[in-house]
Design a protein around this ligand. Structure first.
Ligand code: KG4
Ligand code: ZN
Length: 340
């Protein structure tokens, strides 16, 4: 094939991700995470994340090359996340990417983190149908997107969360329930033994007059905290499994209901769910149920491609190159609050 092997680097949060992609095919990848260093703070500390990226970035590039059976001389282009994300964390990946591009004398491409999450699914399921609706749900984002050609057309934002991201809601309520960080996977595990109908938690912004594609999870977060407080004030032990199941049901209900409504309203036949919360078992099963009922094809990448990784950034670089996009200058800046 004529198209080059793209090295992708992701460092917008606490994962140092590196992937190698050519022609829409994942050749190899590696991830290093500083999550354990943030646990005692209950959330990601930017300075700690940035230092961890400095430490991890070169070894992770080496590990990705080894996993693909490639050498650095095989790399034909470099793609890197320029934003949005934590400024000091992004700087490390971008500085490293510039160094690799200069040393290897190959072009550099700046990639939007959310475009990366969307492209992740193409590595597993092939090119995205045009158009597709994408639900991106992570610790930092909860958005509904209308995607046409990722490399050529702007992504259309249908709606966003007005307050907390869905993952943030899981993380914060998990803390109140006494579950470990990150809270999403802990809630998912605890919910297995719980009754989703045990507590009636609110479904934010689902009224007839509400924006059909906007989300709000802060009311749900407060309701869960108040419920826990009330139960504990009665001297009872908190039924964590029931609380987790009810919380997870409320989040999955709102996310999938709005995503399916967006597909219907825009006459789109494919829904793609990406981001860390796409790993949630109830989000997956309810999305499958509702898409099947509505005749919508559902695509969800495997969990390792749902959470932050470098393969998804390489995938966007590969799409940009094949679309003939111009590379970024070697003095390209980060854009921590990049709009979509
Ligand atoms: O995409 P991601 O790795 O990083 C961001 O860009 O934020 O998403 C991390 C988020 C965290 O809030 C975490 O609690 C959540 O995804 N998460 C889950 C599950 N696995 C990860 N939430 C619910 N259920 C899960 N199984
Ligand atoms: Zn992300």
């Amino acid at each position: 094939s004529a198209s080059p092997i793209v090295l992708g680097i992701e460092s917008s949060c606490d994962e140092t991700g590196v992937g190698l992609v050519r022609d829409g095919r994942l050749l190899g990848h590696a991830v290093s995470t500083s999550i354990a260093e943030h646990v005692r703070f209950g959330g990601v500390v930017p300075e700690i994340a940035a230092r961890a990226h400095v430490h991890a970035v070169t070894p992770t590039v080496r590990a990705a090359l080894e996993s693909a059976g490639l050498r650095r001389g095989d790399i034909g282009a470099v793609a890197v996340t320029t934003g949005p994300g934590l400024a000091t964390a992004l700087q490390v990946g971008v500085a490293a990417a510039k160094g690799f591009a200069l040393a290897l004398d190959v072009p550099l491409y700046g990639v939007h983190h959310l475009a990366g999450h969307v492209a992740a699914d193409t590595l597993e399921h092939g090119p995205l149908p045009d158009p597709s609706v994408v639900l991106i749900v992570s610790g930092g984002h909860t958005s509904l997107l209308l995607v046409r050609d990722l490399a050529r057309d702007p992504i259309v934002h249908l709606g966003d969360t007005l307050d907390d991201a869905a993952g943030e809601c899981f993380d914060k309520v998990a803390r109140v329930f006494g579950l470990p960080y990150p809270g999403g996977p802990a809630i998912d595990r605890a919910a297995r033994d719980g009754d989703p109908d045990s507590v009636a938690f609110p479904r934010g912004l689902t009224g007839p007059r509400d924006d059909p594609y906007a989300f709000s999870f802060s009311g749900l977060k407060s309701a869960a905290a108040r419920w826990a407080e009330r139960v504990r004030a009665q001297g009872a032990e908190l039924p964590v499994a029931d609380g987790a199941a009810a919380l997870q049901e409320a989040v999955a209900d709102v996310l999938t209901r709005k995503a399916v409504a967006a597909c219907r309203a825009h006459d789109v036949r494919t829904l793609v769910v990406v981001g860390g919360v796409a790993a949630n078992s109830r989000v997956r099963s309810l999305a499958a149920e509702r898409c099947a009922a509505a005749g919508i094809a559902l695509r969800v990448p495997p969990p390792r491609l749902c959470t932050d990784n470098g393969a998804m950034i390489a995938a966007v670089g590969d799409l940009l190159i094949r679309a003939g996009a111009a590379p970024a200058p070697l003095d390209v800046s980060i854009d921590p609050s990049a709009p979509l």
